[in-house]
Design a binder for this molecule. Structure first.
Ligand code: SF4
Ligand code: SF4
Length: 429
């Protein structure tokens, strides 16, 4: 698990890399493109040269630095915990400044900064989706009908929901008034995989815990952070911090059924703000952290859900295999908690490398560098198939988007569900 203190005590330069190569076998991009320039050791060497003024940030360098999946697999095994992902995030801001940000990413980040505009666009997208896409109801996705710019033909994308999670529910949902938690839902959970939020509400009802859905919550800013759009990151981070502070004392926790959003909020907000010398803001982000949890982490540690599932949950025939999202396992140390809850009602068949990155990689990887995400997704799909499980689960909608498409491309008949959805299914009459 990454510690923020380690990162600040260490200025990552090529001098501090001992060139041991331990990071290379686990590196997601090196597995896809086995070349020293696309390995953690290679990235660090090149970034050192760039910082010393010996390397120009040209199109070739841009191409190399944009090929990192930011999965943090390298940080986990590095004897010096060198934060390769974070120095790549920093150089991406320089890349964005020098080359600009592609129009479609700029448009997307503008929508992320303006929730109401995003609501309208998503509603329009839902209304007219059948013009450009056909539904794949089995996997809960949609497939382009004809070649489109940016999106490769034949790939599976997340479906759009008629009503977003946040617009579907009132701000306060009372389940007895004894305890109260806030839900941070994340953009994919809000507009695409809305069953996650529905299931979380059902679970909280079973536990008699009130749900507070803070209606002014904004995107956690992870898509912009991974792309180097630091203006969007700063705007969304500060907006969310100010808003969270208005209700943090009135809730037991803010629970997040999404690994990437949770890692961004708990870890990267503070890192980003400190790196920008905004220490007051970083301290405020840190102060919020004590009440921010991934949903299964909080449910397993702070409630009697496990006992309820064992006593009242039904045994489910489907077997599941659990994928450890990098942002849950490596950044937040969460892997046992969802398994403890799920194993009450489901048989879990572990895949060979549950902690291998699924290959999502962020907006650039899913668009301009989709061929790399596609290649990185193949081994994950194959190991899921080998388990014989009918469901794959992970508490991350970015993994869901990537793994569902990888399974679709390989024609593997396994569906993806968030653990929160599986738990709610086990509790249904
Ligand atoms: S963050 Fe992932 S893809 Fe990037 S260098 Fe590290 S292991 Fe490789
Ligand atoms: S594991 Fe760390 S020290 Fe070793 S080569 Fe990789 S980045 Fe350098």
């Amino acid at each position: 698990m990454k510690k923020i203190e380690d990162i600040f005590n260490f200025s990552a330069t090529s001098d501090e890399c001992i060139k041991c190569g331990k990071c290379i076998p686990v590196c997601t991009i090196h597995q896809v493109n086995p070349d020293e320039t696309t390995s953690p050791r290679g990235f660090i060497e090149l970034l050192g040269a760039y910082k010393r003024g010996h390397l120009e940030l040209d199109k070739n360098a841009k191409d190399i630095f944009e090929s990192c999946f930011l999965c943090t697999q390298c940080v986990d095994v590095c004897p010096n915990s060198l934060p390769t992902d974070m120095i790549i995030e920093e150089v991406r801001a320089d890349i964005a400044e020098k080359f600009g940000i592609a129009w479609f990413k700029k448009a997307f980040f503008t929508l992320l900064r303006h929730r109401k505009l995003m609501d309208i666009m998503m509603k329009l997208g839902y209304t007219f989706r059948t013009c450009g896409f056909r539904d794949d109801t089995k996997r809960g996705g949609m497939i382009p009908r004809f070649p489109m710019p940016i999106i490769k033909s034949g790939r599976l994308l997340p479906s759009l929901s008629k009503t977003s999670f946040m617009n579907k529910y009132p701000e306060e949902i009372s389940h007895g008034g004894r305890r109260r938690v806030a839900i941070f839902i994340g953009c994919l959970g809000n507009y695409n995989y809305t069953g996650i939020g529905d299931s979380l509400i059902d679970i909280l009802a079973e536990l008699e815990i009130d749900a507070f859905i803070p209606k002014e919550q904004s995107c956690c800013s992870a898509p912009a952070y991974f792309t180097g759009d630091f203006y969007t990151v700063e705007t969304l981070t500060k907006k969310n911090i100010e808003y969270f502070e208005t209700f943090i004392d009135d809730v037991e926790a803010i629970i997040i059924p999404e690994a990437t959003c949770s890692a961004m909020i708990k870890h990267d907000w503070e890192v980003f703000l400190r790196n920008k010398d905004m220490h007051d803001w970083a301290d405020r982000a840190k102060e919020l952290n004590r009440k921010i949890f991934m949903a299964t982490e909080w449910l397993e540690k702070e409630t009697n859900l496990k006992e309820i599932l064992a006593k009242r949950g039904k045994k489910i025939e489907d077997t599941i295999t659990y994928h450890d999202a990098c942002h849950a396992n490596l950044i937040q140390g969460i892997s046992k908690e969802p398994r403890v809850l799920l194993s009450q009602n489901y048989e879990i068949k572990e895949m060979s490398e549950s902690d291998r990155c699924c290959g999502f990689g962020g907006v650039t990887m899913q668009t301009e560098k989709y061929h790399l995400a596609e290649a990185a997704g193949k081994p994950k799909a194959a190991m899921i198939k080998d388990t014989g499980a009918t469901i794959v689960s992970a508490e991350c909608s970015a993994c869901r988007m990537q793994i569902s498409n990888s399974l679709h491309q390989a024609d593997i008949d396994v569906v993806f569900k968030n653990p929160v959805e599986l738990i709610a299914d086990a509790l249904k009459d």
